[in-house]
Design a protein around this ligand. Structure first.
Ligand SMILES: NC(=O)c1ccc[n+]([C@@H]2O[C@H](COP(=O)([O-])OP(=O)(O)OC[C@H]3O[C@@H](n4cnc5c(N)ncnc54)[C@H](O)[C@@H]3O)[C@@H](O)[C@H]2O)c1
Length: 352
């Protein structure tokens, strides 16, 4: 069996190495980002940027970044040399109604699903920093034919803890988006309640402790806004098919919350922001609302110092932030600053 992972980013590369251990010598990877390919090649991985090198593939596992309309996925499908009898599993998160477009695309190429080609959608649900591997969580699988489901079951059952098969492929598609939108709504609700607590002079953390003492209730913490790539993107996906004033209001609640944080600090102050990254233990500033917060505070006329245990001061400075070199310099700064904003997801932070 020859396997190819398409898209070697956060998800795809983890999947690539996970499968590489289970199917030694059988797994290849492709990505359009040539510098990424060069970097991986220099480390000895069997990867390419040229789809023409990928012949005789039996299983395609697709995890490219989706693109707002699924365009990266179709760009990849266009270039893949698809063998009759192969299995194509789409693992990226999809805007609703993408799988029907994939089906039509493949049928136009002359394939008959369930007969000479097997297509499934098995969206990723990994939580980096929490899950040990990309295959630690139960997975949902949808397909258009029973034969496609059977082929998918054969491949995934040994790899994941639980395979939840659904009869309607749109359910598989929507399940991933709903999972993320649910979290978005939960955080936005917490932000609203936080705002109310501030207005009333109440302690939000104490309220959380009180509410969360019941086992079936969880009032989340608020951080500095709903960021990362997935939650805002998936909220955007669902809003294209589901016209909901509640969801519209939820997005507004997040914007209001972030504006409130900046207002709370005010202007012309020395501010210390501790913690910029947002995934536990993951050194990544892309789409971090912590970064947005620092920039918004600067625009409001503040001087903002930052610290993040996953980055050195040099790295932070290279990324365009003000950072202290010495720990004692930092503690001096902590005594002087007018506002401290602490993101407490990283246990390494000194919260005192
Ligand atoms: N990162 C997460 O925590 C997470 C969790 C669950 C689901 N997902 C979903 O998984 C998918 C991938 O996410 P990610 O975080 O790995 O993204 P990423 O941006 O880290 O990586 C995506 C990779 O796909 C490559 N790519 C784009 N178009 C391509 C093409 N035509 N052919 C080959 N490669 C191509 C990019 O160059 C990039 O290296 C997305 O749909 C995302 O929504 C991500």
């Amino acid at each position: 069996m020859k396997i190819c992972v398409v898209g070697l980013g956060n998800i795809g590369f983890n999947l690539f190495t996970y499968l590489g251990e289970r199917f030694p010598g059988k797994v290849m990877g492709v990505d359009v980002n040539e510098s990424r390919i060069e970097e991986l090649r220099s480390k000895g991985y069997r990867v390419t940027a040229d789809y023409r090198e990928l012949t005789g593939i039996d299983v395609w596992l697709m995890a490219p970044s989706t693109g707002s309309q699924g365009q990266n996925l179709f760009a990849a499908l266009e270039k893949m040399i698809i063998n009759p009898g192969s299995l194509i599993s789409i693992e990226s998160t999809l805007p609703p109604e993408t799988m029907i477009r994939v089906r039509e695309f493949l049928e136009k190429k002359g394939f008959e699903l369930g007969n000479d080609l097997f297509l499934i959608h098995v969206p990723h649900r990994v939580m980096f920093g929490v899950d040990k591997t990309v295959c630690d969580t139960p997975r949902v699988m949808g397909a258009y034919t029973t034969a496609c489901l059977e082929k998918g079951r054969e491949f995934y059952t040994p790899l994941v803890p639980l395979l939840v098969e659904v009869t309607d492929i749109r359910v598989a598609e929507l399940s991933k988006v709903v999972e993320n939108v649910k979290r978005y709504v939960d955080v936005a609700f917490a932000q609203e309640i936080y705002g109310h607590c501030i207005d009333q002079g109440m302690d939000f953390d104490e309220l959380r402790r009180a509410v969360n003492s019941k086992s079936n209730v969880e009032l989340l913490s608020t951080d500095w806004g709903i960021g990362g790539e997935c939650l805002p993107k998936d909220m955007g996906f669902i809003r294209t098919v589901c016209h909901s004033t509640m969801l519209e209001g939820t997005e507004q609640a997040d914007r209001d919350y972030r504006a409130r944080l900046v207002q709370q600090v005010g202007s012309a102050k020395e501010v210390l922001v501790k913690g910029l990254t947002f995934k536990t233990g993951v050194k990544d500033l892309n789409n971090s609302r912590g970064v947005d917060l620092v920039r918004a505070l600067e625009v409001a006329g503040n001087t903002v110092w930052v610290q993040d245990p996953l980055f050195t001061s040099i790295e932070l400075r290279e990324a365009g932030f003000k950072a202290e070199d010495e720990v004692n310099e930092m503690s001096k700064k902590q005594d002087q600053v007018a506002a401290k904003i602490v993101m407490d997801r990283h246990k390494a932070l000194d919260l005192k």
